[in-house]
Design a binder for this molecule. Sequence first.
Ligand SMILES: Nc1ncnc2c1ncn2[C@@H]1O[C@H](COP(=O)(O)OP(=O)(O)OP(=O)(O)O)[C@@H](O)[C@H]1O
Ligand SMILES: [Mg+2]
Length: 225
Amino acid sequence: MPILETTTLSKIYLIAGRPVPVLDDVSLKVERGEFLVVKGESGSGKSTLLSILSGLDRPDRGRVLIGGMDITDLGEDALAPLRNTTFGFVFQSFHLVPSLTARENVMFPAELKGDPQARGKAESLMGRVGLSERLNSFPHQLSGGEKQRCAICRALINDPPIVFADEPTGNLDSVNGAGILELLLELQRERRTTLILVTHSQEIAASADRVITLRDGRIVTGQRS
Ligand SMILES: Nc1ncnc2c1ncn2[C@@H]1O[C@H](COP(=O)(O)OP(=O)(O)OP(=O)(O)O)[C@@H](O)[C@H]1O
Ligand SMILES: [Mg+2]
């Protein structure tokens, strides 16, 4: 059974007073452990697709199934723990909590589910990505690359089966960005995590199991027959 499956997803936004299908009939199956790259021009619907797949947003039509479970109509009470344990997120702009230290940011999803090993797990992950000297730093004291490594640790701390990353290197210089993507891929392979990554990097796309391209809300290449 695919870990993630969508059928005929559509999302319509009112743009300048006119309904525009931002996702149009998107059907997608992702296998466990797959590394899927999502490409497409600005405005093609990539972020909207990730938001819907991860239960942050709802489609106007179609279904989203995670491990065979239909999450499309789940209420916030059911979605919140799912987002915390089944999904990890890495965003372009890091989304760290400014009043928490780096370690506290990383620990947060584990503490939310009452994991007594939250601190140890955070420190070990942060060691893996070279942040051992930054445990007590606040986000404003970290470089862009350090913030993103911190965000990756936070996304992985609960060992989620699916990780979504939406242009995680968009705010970094190319050297830093390449390092972050390598790191994400290394951790994905190690943990056999399903990774759904929005990126424009041709090099990274070349190492993906599959690349889909969105155009005007439709998958134009990469759809399995
Ligand atoms: N909340 C919203 N209300 C109205 N329109 C929206 C909303 N969110 C997104 N859109 C529109 O939907 C379209 C797709 O947006 P989306 O953010 O998914 O694109 P994207 O492929 O991620 O682009 P980018 O590469 O620039 O991040 C755009 O035309 C955008 O303006
Ligand atoms: Mg986007």
